[in-house]
Structure formats: C-alpha cells, structure tokens
Write a protein that binds this ligand. Sequence first.
Ligand SMILES: *Cc1c(COP(=O)(O)O)cnc(C)c1O
Length: 350
Amino acid sequence: MIENTLGHQFASDNYSGICPEAWEAMCAANCGHALPYGDDEYTEKACNMLRDVFETDCEVFFVFNGTAANSLALASLCQSYHSIIGHTSAHVETDECGAPEFFSNGTKILLAGGGHGKIDLGDVDQIANRRSDIHYPKPKVLTITQATELGTVYSLDEIHAAGETAKRLGLKFHMDGARFANAVVSLGASPKDMTWKAGVDVLCFGGVKNGLAVGEAVVFFSKELAFEFDYRCKQSGQLSSKMRFLSAPWIGMLEGDAWLRHAAHANRCAQLLEERLRDIEGVRIMFPCQANSVFVEMPVKLGDALRERGWHFYTFIGTGGVRLMCSWDTAREDIDALVQDIQELCGEYV
Ligand SMILES: *Cc1c(COP(=O)(O)O)cnc(C)c1O
C-alpha cells in the first residue's frame, strides 16, 4: 500500500483524484465485454449527452489528454503552411512541447498580447493583416482559452467579439476548454451561447481537471471540420481500444450535472480563498478571480517559507507570482490552514 504523503496542495486541479460520479460510471462500464475503439454503447451515449449539453448535432471524439485534444483539433483546422493566432500565455504555446506544431506538420503559432490572459482582438487583427505575401505563414485559426490560463473568464460579449473577428478575418475559431466547466459556472451562461452561437468551430472540452481520470472531449460544431478526424486520432496514438473507459465517466459527470457541481465547488473555493487573502497586508491579488484559481503576488521568501511548511503551488507566472488552484475536492480546512500560514508568515517576511 502506497501512502499519499503529498499533504495539502493548491498546485493544480490535476493533483486531485477521480470524482465519485466518474469512478462509479467507470466501474459500471467494467462489467463484461463491449465493442472496442469507440463502437460501444457507452461512447454513443456520452456523445449524445454532449450533444444535449450543447443543444446541437456536434461531432464528438475522446482523446487521452488536453495536449492531444488541442493539437489534433488545431491540426484539423489548418495546413502546415498556415498559422494559428493565440495569446502569449496560451497553453498550446507554453505547455504543449510544440505538439500543435508537430501534429500539424509545422503550422506556426503567432502570438498576440492582451491583459489578464485574454487575447487582444486589435492585436489579432494586426497579426492577421500584417502581411499577405507568400513569405508569411497564412493566418488560419484563432485560439482562445476559456477559462484562461490566468484564472479569468471571457464574457459572452468577449467571445462573440472574438468570433466576429475570426469570421471577418477568415479564421477558424478554436477554444481550449480545459476548464470550460469552470467558465460555464462562472458566467452562468449556456454552453451553446459560449461556443457555437459565438462562432466557435471546435471546443476541447476538459474533463480531467474537473474529476475524470483521463479523457478529454473534442467537440466539432462545424461537422465538415471533423472529416477524417478519427484517422488523425488513430495515427497519433489517441484511439483507445477500450474507449468505454474514457467515455463512460463522461456519462457519470453529465448525468445529474455533476460536472457543474464540481466546477462550482472549485470556483467557490477560489473565491473564498481570494476574499480571505485580499485582507492580508503584504500579498496582492494579481488578476480577477473568475474561475478556480487565485494568483497572488508575495515576497519570494514568503513563498519559500510556505513550501517549507509543505504547501505545493506553481510560480510559472514569474518571480513572486504564485498560482493557487482549487479543484472539485478542495477542502475548506485546507483553505483555512493555508490562509493561516500566510498570515503567520507575513508577520515574518513582509
Ligand atoms: C491542463 C491544460 C490543458 C491540458 O493539459 P494536458 O496535461 O495535456 O492534459 C490544456 N489547456 C489548458 C489551458 C490547461 O490548463
């Protein structure tokens, strides 16, 4: 028996385990035999449930992780000589080891700026129109992340504006929704209004950070773009022969809206944490807390001291910037304990 010695952490929502609903659905799928490679009834049901969620007849595929989902989705939207316009902090740029470029055989990502992790549409316009000659990789896709890498959420108006910009510039519109559930809860909007109604062509719908073990959904709202996507999945090693264990947990998550409950819990925890940190002298909230993370600026020594006390968190945002991420199973007591430690250490290091 391996003991979990990690202790309490706010490092990432993928440190958490599998939520009960997904676990039970996986167990339920583990009785007897079923057809392989996605030809099973669980996969069919999960796809239909996702069609219900989005209130449209979309094409759905399940792949192992978010990098695969994003890379293959983006590759299906462009040719190798095209380019993808995305935010400088986009996961596809910073955390996928070049997989989007690799799977699209070299499609370049062109970077746009924008505050709070949201892409500046003026920048997008400028990048798309900068050149039209044959020497420039032709812009073909706009990608945004919802919720963003910095814990903010695009409003419905902002998504619509991005969709209109994409349409005007002749770009396909991709959404990295690794934390789509958190954004849905945050906006209180319908999944369809946040996606295809705003012009999104393909959504990479994350389940893992919201309580699944494995298996992100790639949802094509423009069916023609899904042409031969199954071959792309197979070639890249993303077609699971026991697909039902990727898809059945989605049934568990979608049934009874567990996905929304878990995301709501994570968002509430982040909000609570943010409210309590806001009152502490010596730390500063960096971005509006709109999903399940809080970004806090603090003296480096304070961060080090927190680590010494056993806390886990990321500091990829730069010196003194700490990301505190909540998940579907974040405990209230952990928030209390972290806040207390920060309060105590502030006395020493601020
Ligand atoms: C976690 C994450 C992904 C997916 O990452 P994998 O580790 O490949 O599953 C994609 N986009 C964003 C914004 C993420 O945070």
